[in-house]
Ligand binder design. Structure first.
Ligand SMILES: Cc1cc2nc3c(=O)[nH]c(=O)nc-3n(C[C@H](O)[C@H](O)[C@H](O)COP(=O)(O)OP(=O)(O)OC[C@H]3O[C@@H](n4cnc5c(N)ncnc54)[C@H](O)[C@@H]3O)c2cc1C
Ligand code: HEM
Length: 403
C-alpha cells in the first residue's frame, strides 16, 4: 500500500473540516507550489466535472456489479442522495497533499463508516468503481500518469479510513429513543434522544443520525448539550427547503422513535491552554454546538472571557436567544449579542449579517474564534474575518454540509 504523499508546503493551520470546504481553502496564505500528484488529479477532474451526473451513474453501476452486496448499504432510492459518496470521494482525493490535517478526519470517517456495514473489501470495490467511472468519462485526458495519480491518492485515503476502522473497538453505532419533541415553529424542532449508554462525544462535536422516517439516509447533527450521564442528547433541527431528512424529523418525529447514532466526529473545541479570550459566531442551528461548548466551559474551573454573536435573518430566527441571555446573567465571563439582518421588530439587536457585525467590532486577532452555521454563513463570516485581519489559524469551524 502506498504511503500518504507529503506536500511541499502544508497549510498546517487548517482543520480537516476546512479542507473539505474547498472554496475556503484558497483564502488566506498562498499554498505554494502544488504537489504534482494532486495537481494531476485536479487538472483531470476539471475535464470530467461537467459530466459528473453521468460519472455518478457509472460509478454506482460499476460498484453494484462488482460488489452486489454493497447495494443494500445505500438508500433504496439513489436519486435522493445525488451521488453523495462519489462526490465526497472526489473531494477528499483532491485534498490528499495535506495529510497532517486530512488523515485525522479520514480516521474519524473510517470509524463512522462502520455504521453502514462497510468492511475492508468494500474499499477495493469502491476504488475500482471510482477509477472505472473517471477513466470512462475523462476520455483523452486519462493518461497512465493521471491514472497512477488517482490510484495512489485513493489508496492513501482508503488506507487511512480502513486502518482506523479495523483498530476501533467501540460500537459502530448506538440506539437512542426519542424522549422529547418540541416544535419551535413550522421549520424548527428540538428533539431529545436518550441512548442506553452515553455516547463518548466531546462538546462541540457532531454525530450522524438515521431515523425511522428515512431509513439509510444518515445526516449529521450537533448535540446542543455537553455529555450527560443519563445519555440524553438535544438536537436542534431546522427543516431545509426540499430536505429529505430534516423536514421528516421536524414534522414527523414521535416520542418512542428509535434513532441510530454514529460515532462522534469533528474537531470543534475550546482549548483551555491558549489563555486567549474567545469569540463564538453562530447562525441558525449553529447555536447547537455553541450551547454545548458553553455548558462545557461553565463546568471548568476557569473560563475565558467569551463573546458570542447569535445571528439570523429576523428576530424569530434567534429561537434560543432568551435562554442564552439568561445563561449569560449567571455566567459573568459570557456576553451575548443578537444580530438580525432585517430591522423590523428587532430593537435591541445589531443589524446586518454576522459577517458585517462581527468585523465591525475589529479583527479579533487576539481571540480564538469558533464559527458555526450554514455553509454560506461560514463562508461569508470566515472570509470577511480574514480580510479584517483575523489569523486563519485562530478560526475553527466544521462544515455543515459538503453540498
Ligand atoms: C457537521 C454538521 C453538523 C450539522 N448539524 C446540524 C444541526 O445541528 N441541525 C441541523 O438542523 N442541521 C445540521 N446539519 C445539516 C444536516 O446534516 C443536513 O444537511 C440538513 O438537515 C439537510 O438535510 P436534508 O436531508 O433535509 O436535505 P437534503 O435532502 O440532503 O438536501 C435538500 C436541499 O437542501 C440543501 N441543504 C442541505 N443542507 C443544508 C443546510 N445545512 N442548510 C441549507 N440548505 C441545505 C441541499 O443543497 C439541497 O438542495 C449539520 C451538517 C453538518 C455537516
Ligand atoms: C474510500 C474512501 C471513502 C470516502 C472518502 C468516503 C466518504 C464518504 C462521505 C464523506 C460520506 C458522507 C457524505 C455526506 O453525507 O455528505 C459517505 C457516505 C457513504 N459512504 Fe463512503 N467513503 C469512502 C468509502 C466508502 C466505502 C468503501 C463504502 C462501502 C460501499 C462507502 C459507503 C458509503 C455509504 C453507504 C454512504 C451513505 C450513502 C451516501 O451518502 O451515498 N463509503 N462516504
Amino acid at each position: 500500500m502506498l504511503p500518504v504523499p507529503t506536500s511541499r508546503k502544508k497549510p498546517a493551520f487548517m482543520t480537516a473540516e476546512q479542507l473539505l470546504t474547498a472554496d475556503l481553502s484558497s483564502i488566506g496564505e498562498p499554498r505554494g507550489e502544488e504537489h504534482g500528484l494532486t495537481q494531476l488529479i485536479r487538472d483531470s477532474w476539471t475535464e470530467v466535472e461537467p459530466q459528473v451526473e453521468e460519472m455518478g451513474r457509472l460509478f454506482y453501476a460499476t460498484l453494484f456489479r462488482i460488489a452486489p452486496e454493497t447495494r443494500d448499504l445505500f438508500p433504496v432510492n439513489m436519486e435522493v442522495q445525488r451521488s453523495r459518496l462519489m462526490r465526497a470521494l472526489v473531494h477528499v482525493v483532491q485534498m490528499v497533499d495535506q495529510p497532517d490535517e486530512l488523515v485525522p478526519f479520514l480516521e474519524q470517517l473510517g470509524r463512522d463508516h462502520r455504521k453502514f456495514g462497510v468492511v475492508a473489501q468494500h474499499y477495493d470495490a469502491v476504488g475500482e468503481a471510482l477509477i472505472t467511472a473517471i477513466a470512462t468519462t475523462a476520455g483523452p485526458a486519462w493518461t497512465p500518469t493521471v491514472r497512477d495519480a488517482w490510484v495512489d491518492a485513493f489508496s492513501a485515503v482508503s488506507t487511512a479510513m480502513r486502518t482506523a476502522a479495523q483498530a476501533e473497538r467501540g460500537p459502530a453505532s448506538w440506539l437512542g429513543r426519542v424522549v422529547g419533541h418540541e416544535r419551535l415553529g413550522w421549520d424548527l424542532a428540538i428533539i431529545t434522544v436518550q441512548t442506553g449508554e452515553p455516547i463518548p462525544y466531546r462538546a462541540g462535536q457532531y454525530v450522524s443520525v438515521e431515523t425511522p422516517q428515512r431509513p439509510r439516509l444518515w445526516r449529521y447533527l450537533s448535540p446542543a448539550n455537553a455529555p450527560r450521564e443519563d445519555g440524553t442528547l438535544e438536537f436542534h433541527v431546522r427543516a431545509v427547503d426540499g430536505g429529505w431528512v430534516s423536514r421528516a424529523i421536524v414534522a414527523h418525529s414521535r416520542i418512542g422513535d428509535t434513532w441510530r447514532i454514529g460515532p462522534p466526529m469533528g474537531r470543534m473545541h475550546v482549548d483551555p491552554t491558549t489563555g486567549r479570550d474567545l469569540l463564538m459566531v453562530s447562525g441558525g442551528t449553529g447555536m447547537a454546538p455553541i450551547k454545548a461548548l458553553l455548558e462545557d466551559i461553565a463546568d471548568r474551573p476557569e473560563q475565558p472571557r467569551t463573546q458570542v454573536f447569535v445571528g439570523g435573518r429576523t428576530w424569530d430566527d434567534l429561537y434560543d436567544f432568551a435562554n442564552l441571555r439568561k445563561f449569560s446573567y449567571s455566567n459573568t465571563w459570557l456576553d451575548v449579542i443578537p444580530v438580525v439582518e432585517e430591522e423590523e421588530g428587532s430593537s435591541g439587536a445589531e443589524h446586518g449579517t454576522l459577517a458585517d457585525v462581527v468585523t465591525r467590532y475589529g479583527a479579533w486577532a487576539d481571540h480564538d474564534v469558533l464559527v458555526c452555521g450554514s455553509p454560506a454563513m461560514i463562508r461569508a463570516t470566515v472570509s470577511r474575518m480574514l480580510v479584517a485581519g483575523t489569523p486563519l489559524d485562530r478560526i475553527k469551524y466544521d462544515p455543515f454540509t459538503m453540498d
